[in-house]
Design a protein around this ligand. Structure first.
Ligand SMILES: O=c1ccn([C@@H]2O[C@H](COP(=O)(O)OP(=O)(O)O[C@H]3O[C@H](CO)[C@@H](O)[C@H](O)[C@H]3O)[C@@H](O)[C@H]2O)c(=O)[nH]1
Ligand SMILES: [Mn+2]
Length: 487
């Protein structure tokens, strides 16, 4: 009952931890369809986080491609090359806008001398990626090495987006690959988890769990950031902001994640579909921050890895010994990464029920955070003045209806599950937090009174029936006493 606004002072972070003590950070980016989510936009999302103001050797970016598309892999091969120019350019010139598309749309008067050359490289990359997507074919002229050719050879006959073995390709390796200034690059890994038409794949939650496991075999960072393909980072200091909470010695050890709001740039004029959804993405989370914390909004959440493996009272040891100094391209690591990304790996396991992102609802974000809070975890809402992330929301009626239907089904799945917030949540978390989750999950029910209200007045008017009560003497007295002029 106490809406919370927080502010962090990044410069004080050095009093708590030196840069060398920062935890490693694994960033998960999900994409599912190269035609609905253009690979060039996913590439922009990845580049904006690869260029974070964060120790490069501690940063890894994993891209989950649920579309299992060569086009997405090709786009990331291109991105890996372009990044070797883009990252040093941003770092040297202290660029704030690290998403190339957004940067090159900004005013050229703020550009630095090399910008034109880098823009040309970006444009060339964009044309190659878009040409490939348009034609559906990756020209041999675009393939630069035997290694790349080998990667594409995994798309054999019978490989479809719903039925294929796991494909994992390390595109950049920290400590081995360098940018044009000789500085190391962050890890960049393409993952398309294995799928079978006979097994459920659990949508985005399934994709995120595959990334949780694959990243555990490679880098196993204690902090994880999840991002949607349509949301790029708008502030290179964002991970430091999250660290201000995650490393704060006076912070409640039950803190599970730091959530940033979803803010959109691609909303249509006057936002006729209410795509900004400010109440969902900005207002309610600030309110819930005064209780046990905001829900997870699906993107822009910095998690402690351990929260996915048990409640706050359970001791979880983040094992790093298996990683040793082995290259993430080593045969051994790649073999275990492929093993955990296989479609059969989760059968008969606790993934999605007790571990990882939770299955059972199409709104895996809200459901996962609900279950985490039921386990005793808390969260924090971080809403800086400069939006940390900027994204796209549906800009046409068809997409908007699709999204609303998907959310409604997902929310009702939470209402009718055995952990319904109204019965289980109110008892397990606390009454108010349980009611907040219940408010979210019961939202689709609003459609009933709203639909009635949309038609009833017209029908009543046509039938000369009044649907509003007549003013009775008693109401008149109240109105008069309150000096309200109703005429
Ligand atoms: O099988 C799937 C389906 C979707 N996605 C990815 O999930 C993300 C979100 O999907 P999108 O179609 O953009 O859904 P939205 O309705 O815009 O997403 C909102 O609602 C979702 C469900 O609550 C959350 O997961 C998102 O983070 C939140 O932004 C995208 O990056 C997709 O690529 C997958 O990886 N696999
Ligand atoms: Mn989206």
């Amino acid at each position: 009952m106490c809406p919370t606004q927080r502010q962090v002072f990044i410069k004080h972070l050095q009093n708590v931890a030196k840069e060398s003590d920062y935890p490693a950070l694994d960033v998960f980016i999900c994409t599912a369809d190269p035609y609905k989510e253009p690979p060039i936009s996913v590439v922009n999302t990845a580049l904006s986080v690869m260029a974070y103001d964060y120790p490069t050797e501690k940063l890894s970016v994993y891209v989950s491609d649920d579309g299992g598309s060569q086009l997405t892999l090709f786009a990331f091969m291109e991105a890996a090359r372009f990044a070797t120019h883009w990252l040093p350019y941003c770092r040297k010139n202290k660029i704030v806008e690290r998403c190339p598309e957004a940067y090159f749309e900004s005013n050229p008067s703020s550009w630095f001398p090399e910008a034109d050359q880098i823009k040309l490289m970006y444009e060339n990359m964009r044309v190659r990626v878009e040409t490939a997507v348009k034609s559906g074919i990756i020209s041999h002229d675009y393939i630069n090495s035997k290694q790349e050719l080998e990667a594409f050879s995994r798309w054999t006959d019978g490989f479809t987006s719903q039925n294929h073995p796991a494909v994992i390709q390390v595109l950049l390796e920290c400590g081995k690959d360098e940018d044009v200034m000789g500085h190391t690059m962050p890890n960049l890994v393409y993952v398309s988890r294995g799928k079978s038409i006979n097994l459920t794949h659990n949508f985005k939650a399934g994709a995120l769990n595959a990334l949780l496991r694959v990243s555990a075999t490679m880098t196993n960072a204690p902090v994880i950031l999840t991002l949607d393909s349509d949301m790029y980072s708008n502030d290179p200091e964002t991970p430091l902001r999250a660290l201000c909470y995650l490393l704060d010695p006076s912070m409640d050890p039950k803190l599970a994640y730091v959530q940033f709001p979803q803010i959109f740039y691609g909303i249509n004029k006057n936002d006729i579909y209410g795509g900004e959804a400010r109440h969902v993405f900005q207002i309610h989370p600030a309110g819930m921050d005064g209780l046990k914390g905001p829900i997870y909004l699906g993107t822009g959440g910095f998690f402690r890895r351990k929260v996915f493996f048990g409640g706050p009272s359970e001791t979880f040891e983040l094992k790093q010994d298996h990683l040793g100094s082995k290259s993430i391209k080593s045969r051994e690591i790649l073999a275990s990464a492929h093993h955990v990304a296989d479609c059969n790996f989760e059968s008969q396991s606790q993934w999605g029920t007790k571990m990882g992102f939770r299955y059972g609802s199409l709104v895996e974000d809200m459901y996962t955070s609900y279950m985490l809070q039921c386990e005793g975890w808390k969260s924090i809402f971080c809403h800086p003045k400069r939006p940390a992330f900027l994204g796209n929301s549906p800009s046409n009626f068809h997409d908007f209806l699709n999204q609303t239907r998907r959310w409604s089904i997902g929310l009702l799945e939470v209402v009718f599950c055995k952990y319904s917030p109204i019965t289980y949540g109110t008892r397990t978390i606390n009454l108010l937090s349980g009611l907040c989750f219940a408010y979210y999950s019961f939202c689709p029910i609003w459609s009933i009174p709203i639909t009635i209200y949309a038609f009833l007045p017209q029908l009543a008017l046509l039938n000369y029936v009044s649907i509003f009560p007549k003013v009775c003497p008693f109401t008149r007295i109240i109105v008069n006493n309150n000096n309200i002029d109703i005429y």
